[in-house]
Design a protein around this ligand. Structure first.
Ligand code: ADP
Ligand code: MG
Length: 247
């Protein structure tokens, strides 16, 4: 941060994600209204969690956010860009440059080192070959795995594998990190360590969206939305701890 660019209070920051009455109905008999039209603004630097039971529409929401599915109604602006106006190749490029993905199942290449797994994410992003290893190593150091750069995934714990996946998602310097059940395959200790990493990244200014069915994970976000039967709703913020004054 520089002196002439002070951090803005959250509400003054530009929206990274804006849904204007975005909804998705899967065709069929009967059609499934998986996401009812909703409005949503996510400002830069937010840590948003979205919680809901199985079948509530979480993946549908994330697939729209991740430019993997187009909404059937409404307008989705990513970094101010109207995604509905783009061709498939432009959507792919936008996805590669602005979005980082972390999935429940890690999706690491088993016979490649952590470093290679991270470096491969830059293959199609226009990063010159000679810069890739250095950036991959820096990303692994950022997630606390600088000393495991040459390890293959089978020799890493679940939490370490997910950290490699986070490094891979970050290395192209996306605008948003989208995480679909990032702790779904982890035991409690590893889940907490991955969530602690996401909180650190948020403190460094990263915009993060985490989808989860786990209320403990959802509670880590700065803002939590609930989704049920395709309806996305704001949840009340956690009651702040008060010292002194009583009400
Ligand atoms: P979640 O991720 O919360 O489990 P989903 O977004 O996967 O929920 O699904 C929401 C609803 O949409 C469910 O009723 C599901 O059966 C339905 N659905 C999901 N994908 C499709 C599809 N491709 N075609 C038709 N219905 C779908
Ligand atoms: Mg799902």
């Amino acid at each position: 941060m520089t002196l002439d660019a002070p951090a803005l209070p959250p509400d003054d920051r530009p929206p990274v994600i804006e849904f204007r009455d975005v909804g998705l109905t899967y065709p069929g008999t009967p059609p499934v209204e998986a996401l009812k039209p909703c409005r949503l603004t996510v400002t830069a630097g937010s840590f948003l969690t979205v919680v809901g039971p199985s079948g509530s529409g979480k993946s549908t929401f994330l697939n729209i956010l991740g430019l993997l599915d187009a909404p059937s109604t409404g307008t989705y602006l990513l970094d101010g860009i109207d995604t509905g106006a783009l061709k498939d190749t432009e959507l792919t490029a936008l996805r590669g440059r602005r979005l980082g993905f972390v999935f429940q199942a890690f999706h690491l290449l088993p016979h490649r080192s952590a470093l290679e797994n991270v470096a491969l994410a830059m293959l199609y992003n226009g990063v010159p070959r000679k810069e890739r290893d250095g950036r991959a190593l820096a990303a692994l150091e950022r997630v606390g795995l600088g000393d495991r750069a040459h390890a293959v995934p089978t020799t890493l714990s679940g939490g370490e594998r997910q950290r490699v996946a986070v490094a891979r998602a970050l290395v192209a310097r996306p605008s948003v990190l989208l995480c679909d059940e990032p702790t779904g395959n982890l035991d409690t200790a590893n889940a907490r360590s991955v969530m602690a990493l996401l909180r650190e990244l948020h403190e460094d200014g990263m915009t993060i969206v985490v989808i989860t069915h786990d209320p403990e994970v959802a509670a880590q976000g700065g803002r939590t939305l609930a989704i049920r039967d395709g309806v996305l709703e704001e949840t009340p913020p956690a009651v702040p701890l008060r010292t002194g004054a009583r009400s």
